[in-house]
Write a protein that binds this ligand. Sequence first.
Ligand code: ATP
Length: 769
Amino acid sequence: MAAPKKKIAVMTSGGDSPGMNAVVRAVVRMAIHMGCDAYCVYEGYEGLVQGGDLIKRMQWNDVRGWLSEGGTLIGTARCMAFYERPGRLVAAKNMILHGIDALIICGGDGSLTGADKFRAEWPSLLEELVANGQLTKEQIGPYQHLNIVGLVGSIDNDLSGTDATIGCYSALARICEMVDYIEATASSHSRAFVIEVMGRHCGWLALMAGVATGADFVFIPERPRDRDWKADMSTVVRRHRELGKRKTIVIVAEGARDKDGTKITPEEIKDLLADKSEGGLALDTRITTLGHVQRGGTAVSYDRTLGTLQGVEAVRAVLEATPETETCFIAINENKIVRKPLMKAVAETKELSKAVDAKDFEKAMGLRDTEFADQYRSYLTTTNVLVEDNKLPQEQRMRIGFINVGAPAGGMNAAVRAAVAYCTSRGHEPIAIHNGFAGFARHHGDKPVGAVRPFNWLEVDGWASKGGSEIGTNRELPSESGMELIANLIEQYRFDALFLIGGFEAFHSISQLRKARDEFPSLCIPMALLPATISNNVPGTEYSLGSDTCLNELVNYCDKIKQSASATRRRVFVIETQGGRSGYIATLSGLGVGASAVYTPEEGISLEMLNADVNHLKHVFQHDKGQSRAGRLILVNEKASKVYHAKLIADIIREEAHDRFESRESIPGHVQQGGVPSPMDRCRAVRLAIKCIQRLETFGKNSPNHIKKDHESTFVIGIKGSEVAYTPMVELEENDTDWPNRRPKAAYWLDMRSTVDILGGRPEYPKPG
Ligand code: ATP
């Protein structure tokens, strides 16, 4: 006889956070896909304690369209009863009565602490239930071990051990949107604004918002100023005003405190900024408390993807667990989804709060992840541009040429701004080369004006949230501009290093420059590439600046398109995405919107695939009893096939549908480059740009011969798995680059295609070729 089906339940608990619905959808569908029964526990632990209808069996279609909904559709609650053993006893009984074998909980550290307590007590709860006659030995027989997996859903990003919690980037997006709005009015009236954001014990939101928006000053609980914060803030704000800034933005976390542990309130900050006494700043100052808008709205692309991938991983973890397996939660480190021991993370989180309370701020920062500490340093260097003690000795200072190559991508300007601020703080000379190599080459000789010029701090300081490329970008390669000319210009301008920001063209450019070193000694200088392209196709990194902005645009676009079908219901949209010969954005946006199919250049499109997908759609519409009022989406990359373009695919579907449903193509085009860059792109731009310049510094002004021999001196910075890596160009050129297809040979995200298929219910089909 076949073993009984496993019953897996999912629950959301604590404060709601965007992306929780993605988790529930992923767990329900993955569980069903794996042959299990899926359940939802409504209203958090309250649902377990009350039982009955609050523990509900879910079917595949019950979670349709959930990716684009905000909050949590299965409800959440603070449950006092679950804090006490009697509450947990009833919860255990209800779980057994419903036959639940495993519980996946998405919530904050409180919810996960409760979960672990429940798991630890489980055997004794069962004993008690039998002893007091509420359940029989036979009833508890199959449930000797409670199988629990945690997912961290919280807007604060306050759990140790994971770089991001599900929901934190959506909250950050809301905050940055609000700060961007406030900046416009602040600048108009030359005002100061004190903006209070959430975070009682964790300053992640405040810090990242400060980095992303280029705020003048930030207050976080983990790291008060060593000196008097009032003097520090006044100095920084005064310097920025003296340099000509018309606005002052101060971001303060709810839990901000000074070095003695005393709370810092927005009112105190305002009083200081508005102080009209002699020597005071006398700024017209307002306070804005953002409050619940920060929880709000639909999840950004990243949270949908994170919730989905972690939900799938949680189901796998549940199914692989044995009674000996330690209870885990699903974390993400840089770009890698990993299982980690739950209790260690909860204990470290508690330790961190205690360290803040005990004013042990070194320890508190040490318990935050590397990215947090990095960003704190980035923030310090980008706001204190005039600090003298950070400067390098004269002989180590460099003239660094900045150049953007390729199409614009979100975060390019934030990267330039941060690198300029860092260079200034170290005494380097950052120089803008306008309009890529083409611009560099065109304005040489007797009309050098404009093409190459030093940056102006004030001008650059306003670029943190700007889209596009302020210094101008161009696709032309150095070979097309004339390698000899470029080499001569580099010599003429006495550059000690080059900092390139761009996509595959930038990669190709730096490769050409490196290879031409034998011929042109002026090219024997260190060169860094920070990948920035919506296509995310640069070898040496799993993430390029701009790709997150692009995914948000695509996901928003698809949500709207889907909704537009609500009147007709029976419509399939075939959406053509950009991405060159990389299917990254098609696949990731497919995950974020729940596409019925994704077509990528890596895989190609065959008639069999189209046939299988058309048959699948026929089946879906035949069985759609009108539960959902939204259309279905197919995402097709612009270069997935030479023949089957979006329009042709839509025509084929329409023809085959025989009026049972409709099909339309839709091409978002350049909208995909995005308007305002996403906070993730902005923050990563700051962090990675500063790291690039720091790396360039290590080569200093070594001799051309030394530089030429040192393979590391031309490199790509990137995120690889759980690390930030600097990979030498020579290695990437030879081993990792698929030159004809202009993409890396191996792409980490290829496996995600199968997740899109599984969760979209797509059938297996014959692979092309
Ligand atoms: P957020 O990050 O939004 O605060 P959270 O999960 O930390 O989320 P809490 O209110 O702390 O939110 O916890 C949610 C629920 O988890 C509580 O209402 C309670 O039912 C349960 N819970 C929290 N801590 C414990 C605990 N120590 N023991 C048992 N149950 C707990």
